[in-house]
Ligand binder design. Structure first.
Ligand code: FES
Ligand SMILES: [Fe+2]
Length: 395
């Protein structure tokens, strides 16, 4: 015997949302250790590459310890539900997509895209009512990524997705990155904004001399401009192709605009950027000591037809090598924090102080356990305890 639950069931008033409100506590103060500041959930965050959310199968995503089941319905629409069946908490991402609903793999309870239960196949007539359903998240698909709004769903419509006009420009081709990095998201912002770390990349790019031309800070952003000159050593072919192959010095503009980050390279004699990078660092675990990097590198095509295809493998190899070196450094920073249980940095670069304050003041307190800096607590959050495993998707 089965019972299909009607949408106008009294436990599920029409138009009601399963999504609970998400109230945020006061932002962390200026003396708070930044590595204990959570990312603000009231923004759109990518949690999957669109191509990984296929029809007929569900995808297990995560945001700061919230497990999210993504699935693409028959109509092509992507839905995001709390990844925990209301019956016995088996992940819904293990379930089966039927039309635009998701059926739990265990006892086949079925959920609509708004999280409401539409069917309990074996429910006898007159039996106690099943739970209302599970939380749903607002979802949007853009730029080849699936974005969810993990915060207050009421704020989703009024919050803009990032604007990336180059993504759809026929003059640009986009390289997508999706990788797990085992560190707090703030280390990523600092890494990209502080270009004084070119020594780390000396084996890949030779001797690059960055000169800070200036920077601007607002309550939500820090933007820095650097002039890059090559001071010796072997030049990298991928780097040359990426910068449009000009021999002139390059001006690099890097911006943290909470919670995202962008980087653009404008050759000295050009009006348009040779490339621009947009990145989001999405915490995976509740302690936010692991983040997933979603990046879109939009590269202007050279005028010669087909040249971009030839350049592509060199650019990819270059970016992979640089990223691998950055990953080594930021993960080492996180390990030091975990061992010490606190931030003992001695920072000397003013714009890094500024970006720390931007990340602090726009962030939210982490829940209870994550505030504990004791080594034993930190160890529990480390590999083995933390999710992530190998780089997601292998990209
Ligand atoms: S655990 Fe999902 S239907 Fe039973
Ligand atoms: Fe770097």
């Amino acid at each position: 015997m089965s019972e299909t639950l009607a949408a106008d069931d009294e436990t599920m008033p029409a138009g009601a949302s399963i999504c609970p409100g998400h109230s945020l506590a006061q932002p962390p103060g200026s003396d708070t250790d930044l590595r204990r500041v959570g990312i603000n959930p009231n923004f759109w965050y990518p949690v999957a590459v669109s191509g990984d959310v296929r029809k007929k199968s569900a995808f297990a995503a995560t945001f700061a310890g919230m497990r999210i089941a993504l699935y693409r319905g028959e109509s092509g629409t992507v839905y995001a539900l709390e990844d925990r069946c209301a019956h016995r908490q088996v992940p819904l991402s293990m379930g089966v997509v039927e039309g635009d609903t998701l059926r739990c793999c265990y006892h086949a309870w079925t959920y609509r895209g708004d999280g409401r239960i539409s069917q309990v196949p074996y429910l006898p007539k007159g039996a106690a009512r099943p739970p209302r359903g599970v939380r749903c998240y607002p979802v949007r698909e853009a730029y080849g990524l699936v974005f969810v709004f993990p915060g207050d769903p009421q704020a989703a419509d009024g919050t803009a997705l990032p604007e990336l006009p180059e993504f759809s420009s026929p003059r640009h081709k986009t390289m997508t990155f999706s990788r797990t990095v085992r560190c707090h998201y703030s280390f990523m912002h600092e890494n990209l904004l502080d270009m004084n770390h070119q020594f780390l990349h000396r084996g890949v790019v030779g001797r690059l001399k960055p000169t800070l031309l200036g920077y601007d800070t607002t309550p939500q952003s820090v933007q820095a401009r650097y002039l890059f000159t090559h001071a010796g050593g072997k030049k990298n072919r991928g780097a040359d192709l990426l910068s449009g192959g000009t021999s002139s010095p390059d001006v690099l503009t890097i911006r943290t605009s909470y919670p995202y980050q962008t980087l653009q390279l404008v050759p000295e004699d050009a009006e348009l950027p040779a490339f621009s990078l947009w990145v989001a660092y999405v915490p995976e675990d509740a302690e936010q000591r692991v983040n997933h990097v979603y990046g879109l590198l939009m590269i202007e095509k050279p005028p010669v037809p087909g040249a971009i295809q030839l350049a592509w493998p060199f650019i990819r190899r270059f970016t992979q090598r640089v990223f691998a070196e950055d990953r080594t450094a930021v993960e080492a920073e996180q390990r030091a924090w975990d061992e010490q249980g606190e931030d003992r940095n001695h920072e000397v670069f003013p714009l890094i102080m500024d970006v720390r304050q931007v990340l602090r003041s726009n962030g939210v307190p982490l829940p209870g356990a994550a505030r504990c800096g004791a080594a034993s607590c930190a160890a529990a959050a480390l590999p083995g305890g933390a999710p992530g495993g190998p780089p997601a998707g292998g990209r």
